[in-house]
Design a protein around this ligand. Structure first.
Ligand SMILES: *Cc1c(COP(=O)(O)O)cnc(C)c1O
Length: 363
């Protein structure tokens, strides 16, 4: 077996134990005589899988009873439309914070649908090198919700705090930081995430929504986007992404087995600290993100020379450190170090960075 350290932003690494467990029951799951991929989603075997997945996620994230957990499809990007269609009925308007590309897309999608949406804060003029300061007085008092992207995958920024929005529900895209550390779910009205960054293979989208927010959906909206319908049908209004949900269950099980999100956070902090400490104590690479906004999951850095950046990514790949090239829209490098990235992967990366800096002096 020759597995590399895969720093891809998503789809990304899955825990080796999870892949091995899935492999061991790929062809025949338990006593069922078939693969999970071949199972009816209405069968008792599959019902146990999806019920366990939900129960484990509830335990892991300490999700209060008045929240529904939905296993959907369409990616986080589909929720950019589903969020306003489900919630704007509260008051007819909504506020957005634009802290990077995905939150910008979410804002644009709501605009495209013709809704009264307002960007109440952005850090665009600073190249998104930090997240905006969001305070309660910035929010329109009659907004249906405030939308934020909690961890900005492309720029490598994250909120170091949960914005206070009073009675107005906070909606957060947590695609790239979900289950990386404990988070107080009760502070949010809705949390959503594409699974392929930190939870499962692509194809699954998670929505966690407070029950009282299920009553504002547009009458004329696609049924498939309606959270209430999905909640009433236990995420089985139609065929759910069965195998991805099974994989998510194995990931939740793995995190619970190592000590839950408290332990996950300790490990993730230790990994991020190793990389940021190195970046802070040398002058070959520059980490563009301001200190209070640094992401624990996506670490961005540049050499300051586009050719060297390119060389870095290609030589790193040859050394078994894959997918370190930054997002096509920003360049430079990005190390995505989600839950499944072991500490040894960061040690290998830092060792490579030192070697590369020595061997490639700047002109
Ligand atoms: C990757 C990502 C998305 C897009 O997710 P899809 O599942 O591909 O639609 C949206 N938001 C954030 C924060 C992401 O990291």
């Amino acid at each position: 077996m020759n597995r590399v350290y895969n720093f891809s932003a998503g789809p990304s690494m899955l825990p080796l134990e999870v892949l091995q467990k899935a492999a061991s029951e790929l062809v025949c799951y338990g006593e069922s005589g078939m693969s999970v991929m071949e199972m009816s989603h209405r069968s008792p075997d599959y019902e146990a899988i999806i019920n366990d997945a939900e129960a484990m996620l509830r335990k892991l994230m300490n999700i209060p009873d008045n929240y529904k957990v939905l296993f959907l499809q369409g990616g986080a990007s589909t929720q950019f439309a589903a969020v306003p269609m489900n919630l704007i009925g509260r008051t007819g308007k909504a506020d957005y914070v634009v802290s990077g590309q995905f939150s910008g897309k979410a804002f644009k999608e709501a605009q495209k649908l013709g809704y009264d949406v307002k960007c109440i804060a952005t850090t665009k003029e600073d190249n998104f090198d930090h997240v905006p300061e969001v305070t309660k007085d910035m929010v329109r008092p009659d907004a249906s919700y405030v939308h934020i992207c909690f961890n900005n995958t492309i720029y490598g920024t994250k909120y170091g705090y949960i914005p206070e929005t009073g009675d107005i529900p906070l909606v957060a895209d947590m695609s790239s930081c979900i289950i990386s550390e404990p988070v107080d779910v009760s502070r949010f009205g809705v949390i959503y995430a594409g699974a392929q960054k930190n939870m499962a293979p692509a194809g699954l989208t998670l929505v966690i929504v407070r029950e009282d927010l299920l009553d504002y959906a547009e009458e004329k909206m696609p049924t498939m986007l309606e959270w209430k319908t999905m909640a009433e049908n236990g995420s089985m209004y139609n065929t759910p992404p069965c195998y991805a949900i099974y994989m998510a269950k194995l990931v939740y099980e793995w995190i619970l087995s190592i000590g839950g999100l408290d332990e996950m956070k300790i490990r993730n902090e230790k990994k991020a600290a190793l990389l940021y400490d190195y970046l802070d104590n040398q002058d070959y690479y520059v980490a563009p993100v301001k200190k209070g906004s640094r992401s624990m999951m996506n670490v961005t850095f540049v050499t300051g020379d586009a050719d060297l950046d390119k060389k870095f990514a290609s030589e790193a790949a040859k050394a078994g450190l894959k997918n370190l090239k930054g997002h096509r829209s920003v360049g430079g490098m990005r190390a995505s170090i989600y839950n499944a990235m072991p500490y040894a992967g960061i040690e290998a990366l830092v060792a490579f960075m030192k070697k590369f800096a020595e061997e490639n002096p700047k002109k």
